[in-house]
Design a binder for this molecule. Structure first.
Ligand SMILES: Cc1cc2ncn([C@H]3O[C@H](COP(=O)(O)O)[C@@H](O)[C@H]3O)c2cc1C
Ligand SMILES: O=C(O)c1cccnc1
Length: 337
C-alpha cells in the first residue's frame, strides 16, 4: 500500500517512481525492425508500440482493458464569472454521463474503453482561490487518494478526463504557478467566454498568484491551493498508473495541468504518459512544450471529459494492430529484411 496520508507522504511517493521495462522496449524495437515495411515507415505508430511495450513490460502489448476515468468537481471560483456556463452544469453533466448522453460516452464506445465517472463532493465547491486555499489538506488528500484508488492494477491503459465548470481557470492558475508568467499567458476561452470573460479569467489568476505568493513554489501545494478536486484526483491517478507501471493517456489543458506537478516533483514523473491531443484551449500547446510532450492529434477539440484521450486510443490500437499483426520479412518471404 502506498502511503498517501499526508502532504509529505504524497511528495515522497512522487519521488519513488519505477522506470519502464527497457528489455521489453528493446524487444519491441527489434520486432519492429523485422516487420514487412521499410524501417521507420510507420513513424510515430512504431514509437507508440515501443512505448506501450516499455510501460506494459511486454514485447507485444495489448489494449484489452482500457480504462477512461472522468473525475468531476465543483469550483468556488465559478462565482467570479469565469465560465460561459453556470456552475450547476457540473452536476447535470455527471447525470448525463450516467445516462450515456455525453460525448465521452460515445467516444469511449468507439475506443473500446470502459468509462468510469467519479464525482468528488460535487455539491460542495472548493474555496475561491483568489482569497484562500481551494482545498484544505484533508480535502486535497481525499481527492488525490480517490484518483489513486480509481486505477485498477490490471488495466492495460489509463485515460484521464474531467468535468468541472470553471476548471480551465484553475488549470491556468496552476500552470502559471508551476511554470511562471502572468495569467494573460495561461488563460483561454474554455467553454467560450467573450473578451470580457477572458480578462476576468486573467485577473482571477493574477489575484491568486498575488494572494498565495511563495506558497505556490511547491508543486503539490500549488495543486492544493489553486487546483480543484478533479485535478487532484487526476494527479493521484497519474501517480498510481506510474507506480503500477501502466501507460497513461492524458487529455486536454485541464488534465495536462493537473498531472504537471508530477513532472515538477520528479524529473521523469510523466515518462509513462502520452499526450492524446492538443486542445484548442490557448495555452495547451505551451504547457505540453514545457513538459516535453508531443500531442498525438490536433483536431481543434476543446471539450475535456477525456474526449481527446479517447480519440487517441484509436491511434494506439492502430499502432498495436501493425506491431502485433504484421508478418515479418521471413514469414512473408519478402526480400530485404
Ligand atoms: C455542457 C458542457 C459539457 C462539458 N464537458 C466538458 N466541459 C468542459 O468545460 C468545463 C471547463 O470550461 P470552463 O472553465 O469555461 O467552465 C469543464 O467542465 C470541462 O470538462 C463541458 C462544459 C459544458 C458547458
Ligand atoms: O482542453 C481542455 O482540457 C478543455 C478546454 C475547454 C473546456 N474544457 C476543457
Amino acid at each position: 500500500m502506498t502511503d498517501l496520508s499526508s502532504m509529505d507522504a504524497i511528495r515522497a511517493a512522487c519521488r519513488d517512481l519505477p522506470q519502464g521495462d527497457d528489455e521489453a522496449a528493446r524487444a519491441a524495437a527489434a520486432r519492429q525492425a523485422t516487420l514487412t515495411k521499410p524501417p521507420g515507415s510507420l513513424g510515430r505508430l512504431e514509437e507508440i508500440a515501443i512505448f506501450l511495450a516499455r510501460w506494459q513490460g511486454r514485447a507485444q502489448p495489448v489494449l484489452e482493458r482500457v480504462e477512461i476515468l472522468v473525475f468531476a468537481g465543483s469550483h468556488g471560483v465559478a462565482a467570479r464569472g469565469v465560465s460561459a456556463f453556470p456552475a450547476e452544469v457540473t452536476q447535470q453533466m455527471v447525470a448525463n454521463f450516467a445516462a450515456g448522453g455525453a460525448a465521452i460516452n460515445q467516444l469511449a464506445g468507439v475506443a473500446g474503453a470502459r468509462l468510469s465517472v467519479i464525482p468528488l463532493d460535487v455539491e460542495r465547491p472548493t474555496g475561491d482561490f483568489t482569497c484562500g486555499p481551494a482545498m484544505s489538506e484533508t480535502a486535497f488528500i481525499h481527492s488525490v487518494r480517490a484518483g489513486f484508488e480509481a486505477v485498477r492494477a490490471d488495466a492495460d491503459l489509463v485515460c484521464l478526463g474531467e468535468m468541472g465548470i470553471a476548471n480551465t481557470t484553475a488549470a491556468a492558475a496552476l500552470a502559471a504557478a508551476l511554470f511562471g508568467g502572468a495569467g494573460e499567458g495561461w488563460v483561454g476561452r474554455g467553454t467560450g467566454v467573450d473578451d470580457a470573460g477572458l480578462t476576468r479569467k486573467a485577473d482571477v489568476v493574477n489575484a491568486a498568484l498575488a494572494f498565495h505568493g511563495g506558497a505556490l513554489a511547491d508543486p503539490l501545494a500549488a495543486l492544493r491551493l489553486v487546483g480543484g478536486r478533479e485535478l487532484a484526483a487526476m494527479f493521484g491517478a497519474a501517480l498510481a498508473a506510474r507506480r503500477l507501471r501502466i501507460p497513461l493517456l492524458i487529455d486536454g489543458f485541464v488534465c495536462t495541468a493537473a498531472v504537471a506537478p508530477l513532472a515538477r516533483l520528479a524529473g521523469h514523473g510523466l515518462a509513462h504518459a502520452l499526450a492524446g491531443h492538443v486542445s484548442a484551449e490557448a495555452a495547451h500547446r505551451r504547457l505540453l512544450e514545457e513538459l516535453g510532450l508531443a500531442p498525438l492529434v490536433d483536431l481543434g477539440m476543446r471539450l475535456g471529459e477525456g474526449s481527446g484521450a479517447a480519440v487517441a486510443v484509436l491511434l494506439l490500437r492502430a499502432a498495436l494492430a501493425c506491431h502485433n499483426g504484421m508478418a515479418t520479412f521471413a514469414q512473408a518471404g519478402v526480400a530485404g529484411g
